[in-house]
Design a binder for this molecule. Sequence first.
Ligand code: ADP
Ligand code: GLC
Length: 477
Amino acid sequence: MRIFHSTTEFFPYIKVGGLSDMIASLSQYQAKKHEVHVAVPLLESIRPKIQFSGEVFPAVDPKDSGHSDASRALHDSKFLHTKEGNVNLYFFDSPVIRNYQRIYANHDECYSFAVFSAASTFLARYLNADVVHAHDWHTALVPVLCNSLDPKIPTVFTIHNMAYQGDHPFWMTSFLRMDPFFIDIEKLANLEKVNYMKGALMYSQEITTVSPGYRDEIMNEPEGFHLSWLLRQRQDSFTGVLNGINVSEWNPRTDKKIYVNYDDTMVDEGKKENKLKLYQEYGLYVDLERPLVGMISRLTFQKGFETFLPSFYQKHYLPYYYIMLGTGEPHLESIFLHESHHSNQRLYFYKGFDEYLARKIEAAADFFLMPSLFEPCGLNQMYSHAYGTIPIVSRVGGLKDSVHESSDYAYLTGFVFEPGQHHSLNYALERALTLYYNKEALSMVRKNIMKINWGWENSEAKYEKIYLRAIQKGPKG
Ligand code: ADP
Ligand code: GLC
């Protein structure tokens, strides 16, 4: 099969969250069996990091005679090719995107991502793709545009986060009525706005989201963010497929970003040494007996830190030490900075995005906390398993699909509490502490979770079936 992805993130070049890891690891896995092509935006900041192959691909038909701003921008754009393993990557080198300082939250993104989607659609046709797979609202116009081609190309659309749908007022998106788009934007209207994700949910042959648990949640409100009605209409073409992870990248036996490598037979010693080195590097108070809880996250409402804070204050007598790496909403950053300075060695907050520190925390921590209010999949609970770090998660979306609590420690893969309820989190922290003080059980749980295989085998096979279904159905008329 010739598979074409359109995405705004791709690890290691552009990473804001899990989409980046997901698409990079899925496409690498698919490329073992299939021909895989991925279109991704090029930013000036990443240009020096890429070794291009020298091949250049068009973003629009040179004979196209459109005169709108978008058409002219496409004539001034091109795709620069490189290979990442067996995956063909095409960086969209365009005046509408290349000067962005960051990939999201730019004032004209409803325009630039539409132009990128038009270019992706052209490239998919140019490469004669069998199926096109678009991800999240930024590329949600790809299925709409593929559906207007002659012949049409079958599409699959994956929802990584229902909270972001790309909905904009009509006046901002009127350019979509003209060339090269010619989209009937009335059809994309939801709550009186033009909603890009709605377009994808209407026109893609198959819809997926990144866990079965989240699939069920977003077919209802409020989790569906006002589009649950459409997902219910399309439920026969809507599947939840749990993300896999790149098991060779996230592997404490070989990870060059951590201080000391370890495997399951020496996980207790390995963690202790990583903990010591981490405390030393960051100038933290060294007490290796204290249980260490790691947190690595975008700081947004979704991630549920408002649930963590009351628990942190109420349970001040528990011996936990928290290390948090994150960046995001300013009010959360300032609360955590404050606690980092005033909580008497209970919490250390590192504000920023740091791939190295993220690995070091995974290797050093005893527990990993994810108090999300909703979580489409979540990757860090799986990364934590790989590093023998026991997740403490809320019972939502992909977290509840991948973490299992049991009173029999032999079957426990983490601790689970009710979302948004700090009392429930308090109690989970107490249960986790009981395990922590039972050294034999702790060691057994660590060894067990390190043996879980979160690789792509199962989920990639599910995507393959979904692609075949999309191809069989043929594009919708
Ligand atoms: P989301 O995509 O909603 O942010 P995921 O759990 O799917 O959540 O993926 C988040 C990814 O981003 C993980 O690989 C996590 O380690 C990484 N990450 C988040 N914040 C940071 C940060 N500040 N520094 C380094 N990595 C981060
Ligand atoms: C989104 C979700 C996260 C998921 C990731 C990759 O960013 O918030 O839960 O793991 O996409 O699919």
